[in-house]
Design a protein around this ligand. Structure first.
Ligand code: ADP
Ligand code: TRP
Length: 321
């Protein structure tokens, strides 16, 4: 089984990225051949600062390695180190109906938010399809918001196979229900673009302040809260605390007697402990950038060798040989 996923270097990674995509991806590296990459080409559709892209790319590499991506088990690389993917993207784009792209939620959401769209943003799902298809991927671990993109990939691959003969493996999204949508500090989906994130490796004071600032309702501590499971702090606590600890806090909130301040304090402490080992590992890696760059370089060479084979297959099938 080949597993593939990517993440854009478009800002600091947060709990939504970690629980929705990174942790499932890291767990899957035990079950097959995993290919994980930093989607720096994709980041060009919304980030226009070269220095920032360079810094974010390194940060994503450090974050992923610190959280447990093991370069002995997974191939880890930068998207742009395999330029073949842009060539395959062109082949796919010619079989992608305009209507398919016009229906993309993520594109429509961005336009609705007033972002002025460039052609790259519109064509984003086609490049993503190329990312997935060029490695003959079977399984794509992502958060729920990426499901439609993987479905579009399936459509495009089937079309190519019908038109030019069996060429591509049809991939499947792998979405974990329990973490498909991690809520942000405002209760909406946690997202870099909503400014409601809790970073994985946030600075201690600032993150404590953010968590203590979570907005709660005005019910008194004594009041029972039958809707305790909807509380954002409870939902996040379930992710970072041992299950019995999270359950105890949820029960106390439900029956009454637990103040929101104490709940938030527990959330911060459990969050901080949850990432303690990864934080130490990240500091070590940051002091050893030659190692990190070596991992990416080695990953690129391995990914590229496979990509070249699959691209060749697609070119032969479509008469470009
Ligand atoms: P953002 O919305 O912050 O820009 P990305 O679009 O870069 O995040 O997402 C990177 C990965 O993390 C994707 O697989 C996405 O599905 C996952 N992800 C992002 N936010 C969440 C969330 N709040 N809950 C679950 N998964 C998420
Ligand atoms: N679109 C994904 C996101 O924003 C990133 C991505 C690019 C990706 N190419 C991919 C994810 C291929 C999975 C597979 O999160």
């Amino acid at each position: 089984m080949r597993i593939l996923s990517g993440i854009q270097p478009s800002g600091a990674l947060h709990l939504g990225n970690y629980f929705g995509m990174m942790r499932p991806a890291i767990e899957l590296q035990e079950q097959g051949e995993a290919y994980y990459f930093i989607a720096n080409y994709h980041s060009m559709t919304s980030l226009f600062d070269a220095a920032e892209r360079r810094k974010n790319t390194l940060d994503v590499a450090l974050d992923f390695l610190a959280c447990g991506l093991d370069p002995k088990k997974s191939v880890f690389f930068r998207q742009s180190d395999v330029p073949e993917v842009t060539e395959l993207s062109w082949l796919l784009t010619t079989l992608t109906p305009m209507g398919l792209l016009e229906r993309a939620h993520s594109y429509k959401d961005k336009v609705a938010k007033g972002i002025s769209a460039n052609h790259g943003l519109f064509a984003y799902p086609v490049l993503m399809a190329a990312d997935i298809l060029i490695y003959d991927s079977n399984v794509v671990p992502v958060g729920r918001d990426q499901k439609q993109h993987v479905e579009m990939t399936r459509d495009i691959a089937s079309k190519f196979n019908e038109q030019y003969g069996q060429t591509f493996v049809i991939p499947e999204p792998r979405i974990r229900d329990e973490v498909a949508l991690v809520p942000g500090t405002d209760g909406q989906k946690m997202s870099k673009s909503y400014g409601n994130t809790i970073e994985i490796f946030g600075e201690e004071k600032a993150t404590r302040k953010k968590i203590m600032g979570l907005v709660m309702d005005s019910r008194t501590p004594a009041e029972p809260k039958p809707d305790a499971e909807k509380n954002v702090a409870v939902q996040l606590l379930k992710l970072v605390a041992p299950p019995e600890v999270a359950k105890d806090f949820e029960d106390r909130l439900r029956t009454g007697g637990l103040g929101y301040g104490d709940l938030k304090k527990a959330l911060f402490e459990n969050y901080w402990n949850y990432f303690a080992d990864a934080r130490a590992k990240r500091a070590e890696l940051a002091a050893n950038l030659d190692y990190v760059n070596g991992v990416l370089k080695d990953g690129a060479a391995r990914a590229r060798a496979l990509a070249q084979q699959v691209l060749k297959r697609a070119k032969v099938a479509s008469g470009l040989d």
